[in-house]
Ligand binder design. Structure first.
Ligand code: NAD
Length: 258
C-alpha cells in the first residue's frame, strides 16, 4: 500500500510499533516524538531499511498548534499528501483531583485531545479531495470507563472518542474513516511511570500496583502487547475495514466488558 502516514508519538511504545507495522505494510511513514537524536535516527534508518519504505522524522511538539502545522508541511513536502493519520502521542499524570497540577491538566488536554483536533482539521481537506483517508485515534479503555486519580487523562480520552465520532460522521461521505482504538494496559514507558505514580498516590508497592490495580482491571491478567495494537491499526487501513467508522475498538483483555 503506497500511502503516506503520520504516526504522532512514534519514538516509543505503541506509536513505534504502529510506525513499524505501517512501514512493513508498504506505507511511507513520518515519525514524531521526543528522544535522543541519535536513538531516533537509528530507529528511522532501521525501519526504512527493513521495510524498504521512506521514513522521515519530525520533532514537532504536539502541544503546539504551530508545530502541528509544520509537521503537515514537512510530511507533504518529504513524503507526499497525508493519507493515514494516527493520533497516538499522549502522556499521563496520576494525582488526586484536589492536588492535580493545573499545568499537567493543560498539557494532557493539549496533547491527548486538542492535538488530534488540529491534526484532523489539517488532514481532512487532502483526504476529502483524494476521496480516501484513514484516521486512527489511540484512545484508551479510559475513553469508555474511568479510574480514580486520572481526571485529566480520562477527560481527554473521553473527549477524543467524541472527536472520533464527530469526525467519522463528517468524513463518511468522502471516503474518510475515523476510528478509535481503546487499549487496556500496555507495558510501555507511559505505564511504567504510572506504576510508580500510582504506588505513591495509593501508598502501595509497585508489585502490588501491577497485581492489584493494573492487571486486576484486565480479566486476562496479561498486559496488551504493542504489536497487537499495531496489527489492529493495519487492519483498520485495509479495504476489509472500509465499513468500520466512528467505532471505539477495545483491545483490553475484557476490562471494559465488566
Ligand atoms: P510512551 O510514553 O511509550 O510514548 C509516548 C510517545 O509520545 C513518545 O514517542 C513521546 O516522545 C511522545 N510525546 C510525548 N509528548 C509529546 C509531545 N508534546 N509532542 C509529540 N510527541 C510527544 O507511551 P505509550 O504507552 O506508547 O502511549 C501511546 C498512546 O497510547 C498514548 O496516547 C496513550 O494514552 C495511549 N494508551 C497507552 C496505554 C498503555 O497502557 N501504555 C493504554 C491505553 C492508551
Amino acid at each position: 500500500m503506497q500511502k503516506t502516514a503520520i504516526v504522532t508519538g512514534s519514538t516509543s511504545g505503541i506509536g513505534e510499533a504502529i510506525a513499524r507495522s505501517l512501514a512493513q505494510a508498504g506505507c511511507k511513514v513520518m515519525l514524531n516524538g521526543f528522544g535522543s537524536p541519535d536513538a531516533i535516527e537509528t530507529l528511522r534508518r532501521e525501519i526504512a531499511t527493513s521495510s524498504k519504505c521512506e521514513v522521515a522524522y519530525s520533532a514537532a511538539d504536539l502541544t503546539r498548534p504551530d508545530d502541528i502545522e509544520q509537521l503537515f508541511e514537512d510530511t507533504t513536502s518529504k513524503l507526499g499528501p497525508v493519507d493515514i493519520l494516527v493520533n497516538n502521542a499522549g502522556v499521563q499524570h496520576v494525582s488526586p483531583i484536589e492536588s492535580f497540577p493545573t499545568a499537567k491538566w493543560d498539557q494532557i488536554l493539549a496533547l491527548n485531545l486538542s492535538a488530534a483536533f488540529h491534526t484532523t482539521r489539517l488532514a481532512f481537506p487532502g483526504m476529502k479531495s483524494a476521496a480516501w483517508g484513514r484516521i486512527i485515534n489511540i484512545a484508551s479503555a479510559h475513553a469508555l470507563v474511568a479510574s480514580p486519580f486520572k481526571s485529566a487523562y480520562v477527560a481527554a480520552k473521553h473527549g477524543l472518542l467524541g472527536l472520533t465520532r464527530a469526525s467519522a460522521l463528517e468524513g463518511a461521505a468522502f471516503g474518510v474513516r475515523v476510528n478509535a482504538i481503546c487499549p487496556g494496559y500496555v507495558k510501555t514507558p507511559l505505564v511504567e511511570n504510572q506504576i510508580a505514580d500510582t504506588a505513591k498516590a495509593r501508598n502501595l508497592s509497585e508489585e502490588a500496583v501491577i497485581r492489584d490495580v493494573i492487571l486486576a482491571a484486565q480479566p486476562t491478567r496479561q498486559f496488551v502487547r504493542t504489536e497487537d495494537i499495531a496489527a489492529l491499526a493495519v487492519f483498520l487501513i485495509s479495504d476489509a475495514a472500509a465499513q468500520i467508522n466512528g467505532a471505539a475498538l477495545p483491545i483490553d483483555g475484557g476490562w471494559t466488558a465488566q
